[in-house]
Design a binder for this molecule. Structure first.
Ligand code: AMP
Ligand code: ZN
Length: 145
């Protein structure tokens, strides 16, 4: 399958070998390498060999390839605790505009991803009628795709 890479993207350059990286593994459609600023040992970025910024722009065949690869890498770390993180858009803390999964091992509570107490505190159970309304809206939108 043809790769779709662009000249101005740092992760496309990594795939093309124009910028060095610590490559973990690759398939025909995906490429995995160590994050340069790891949150924990083994923090890996897994990307499609197709330049697209966000999840909703990645062709399905690349998405089908990438999750089994993430699973394999997760198993290889030997850690049963890990986070799989994926940010879309600046407001959602995406810094590199080429879709990527972060696989972040969490061997200890103080390693890897740390959720702030404030985030946990904001999670309150909402009224059932509010959830039902949300569901209605989502089903309507889904039926149009
Ligand atoms: P995000 O904030 O979700 O867009 O994540 C971007 C990630 O890319 C960050 O964790 C960076 O440390 C990582 N990163 C940026 N440039 C490189 C690079 N040249 N090699 C490896 N990781 C990189
Ligand atoms: Zn790219």
């Amino acid at each position: 399958m043809a790769s779709h890479l662009i000249d101005s993207c740092i992760f496309c350059k990594i795939i093309k070998g124009e910028i060095p990286c610590f490559k973990v593994v690759e398939t025909d459609l995906s490429y995995a390498f160590l994050d340069i600023s790891p949150l924990a040992e083994g923090h890996t970025l897994i990307i499609p060999k197709y330049h697209s910024e966000r999840l909703d722009e990645v062709p399905d065949q690349y998405l089908v390839d990438i999750l089994p690869l993430a699973k394999k890498i997760a198993l290889s770390t030997g850690h049963a605790n890990y986070n799989l993180l994926q940010n879309n858009g600046k407001k959602a803390f995406q810094h590199v505009p080429h879709f990527h999964l972060h696989l972040i091992p969490k061997p200890n509570l103080e390693d890897g991803m740390i959720f702030r107490e404030e985030d946990v505190a904001r999670k309150v159970e909402r009224p059932k009628d509010e959830l039902a309304k949300t569901l209605e809206k989502m089903k309507e939108a889904l039926s149009k795709l």
